[in-house]
Design a protein around this ligand. Structure first.
Ligand SMILES: Nc1ncnc2c1ncn2[C@@H]1O[C@H](COP(=O)(O)OP(=O)(O)OP(=O)(O)O)[C@@H](O)[C@H]1O
Ligand SMILES: [Mg+2]
Length: 388
């Protein structure tokens, strides 16, 4: 019989195997309580690929549900939504659906009827109207719908929590300005309704120093997801392995903690592959097993995680990050070093650093100091350049 592997890097954490994130959860609970008492507070979660953003939103959603709140978790706007009016319709129709899914069948039919009557957008989108005017109309529309909805549910629910996953796409392309739009809508209705908004994504606004961005940061105070600590990693591994009666040695835990650097996706993917390399007669994870599974870990992480991060870079950015990986003695490098390694001028380099940051391939440590996203990614870049 094929042994069941308790690790699955492709799905977000199940709430019963969720570890860590205490500060974020505490903050969420505090803000939720404020919101339920009629004084709404919002927040945002920022993190690179695979750091656990979706997992924590699911956790928040669970907490909110347990506190008798209506919740809506949405993502996938990219490519689907052409403008802010479509975003508005998307939010209201999803809220409607969420509410209806919790109601009895008869009530559902009756409401469905009413909803379609009251909520069909009848506004005329005049392409010729000034942008500001269009935005004001759409803002009014969404506010109006949200207030109506709140009026209808307030005796039944304590608050309504809307969780936007992959919120970085609300800062991009045809949705530029969507976050400011949401802030304006939810700020104005906060005195008359209990809506809470949580954003999660590779958010840029917390890094922007410019004045125009700080209102966003104040309205959606940002928490950046940190790597798991060794204790959290141990807790995670032991709990998962216990569920299938498999043990693990302390030096194996140490190795996994060090190599994964506490990055959630890397941790789960490594654990999955190590478990997958176990022979039928084994019931224990030892260093020996880990050493055996190393080549597989390397190649599968490259295929499943690193290549998809590397691929979307522009050709010049690929060249630059590869040179940095090869020439820099560690994961960290300064802006000055990047110029030295690549023989580029400041003006040429700056936009590429921005691209690498935006695409999550490097992180900013402080002014002029950067870090390649993961040391295994650095190894990948080096191997990729000199295939063996
Ligand atoms: N707090 C946690 N406890 C246990 N496992 C976690 C936790 N957070 C994340 N994971 C695991 O890490 C992996 C990545 O998590 P998740 O999908 O939530 O990350 P993400 O930031 O949403 O990724 P992406 O950037 O691809 O959207 C998943 O396998 C998930 O099970
Ligand atoms: Mg996600």
């Amino acid at each position: 019989m094929i042994r069941y592997n308790p690790f699955n890097p492709q799905t977000p954490a199940r709430p019963d195997f969720f570890v860590g994130r205490e500060p974020e959860i505490l903050e969420f609970e505090k803000n939720l309580s404020q919101t339920m008492h009629g004084s709404p507070m919002n927040m945002s979660i920022s993190g690179n690929r695979g750091t656990g953003k979706t997992s924590i939103l699911i956790k928040f959603e669970n907490i909110a549900k347990n506190n008798n709140c209506l919740t809506l978790r949405i993502s996938n706007y990219e490519g689907n939504l052409k403008n802010i009016l479509e975003l508005t319709n998307y939010i209201s129709s999803n809220l409607k659906r969420e509410l209806l899914s919790r109601r009895s069948v008869e009530l559902k039919q009756k409401l469905e009827q009413e909803w379609t009557e009251t909520l069909t957008p009848y506004i005329v989108w005049r392409e010729s109207a000034p942008v500001k005017e269009q935005e004001d109309i759409v803002q009014d529309l969404l506010r109006d719908r949200l207030l109506k909805l709140w009026d209808e549910i307030k005796t039944e629910y304590c608050a309504c929590v809307i969780l936007f996953d992959e919120a970085e796409s609300l800062e991009r392309d045809n949705l530029v300005g969507a976050l400011t739009f949401l802030r304006e809508v939810f700020q104005r209705i906060s005195t008359d309704s209990n809506y809470m908004v949580v954003l999660a994504g590779k958010l840029n606004f917390p890094d922007q120093m410019s004045e125009s961005f700080s209102p966003l940061n104040r309205f959606f105070p940002c928490f950046r997801l940190k790597p798991f600590s060794k204790d959290e990693i141990r807790q995670y591994l032991v709990k998962k392995l216990d569920s299938v009666n498999v043990g693990i040695d302390e030096d194996a835990i140490t190795y996994i903690a060090e190599k994964s650097e506490g990055h959630p996706y890397v941790l789960v993917a490594m654990s999955y592959l190590i478990f997958d390399s176990m022979n039928d007669d084994e019931d224990h994870i030892s260093m020996d097993l880990i050493i055996r599974s190393r080549p597989k870990i390397k190649s599968r992480l490259a295929e499943d995680f690193f290549k998809p991060m590397y691929h979307p870079l522009t050709p010049k950015a690929k060249e630059i990050i590869t040179l940095i990986a090869i020439k820099s003695p560690s994961q960290d490098f300064s802006f000055a070093q990047s110029l030295e390694y690549t023989h580029k001028s400041k003006n040429i380099m700056s936009p590429y650093i921005q691209e690498l940051l935006r695409k999550g391939v490097i992180d900013k440590l402080e002014r002029g100091k950067y870090q390649i996203f993961h040391s295994l990614f650095r190894e990948f870049l080096i191997d990729n350049k000199n295939p063996r």
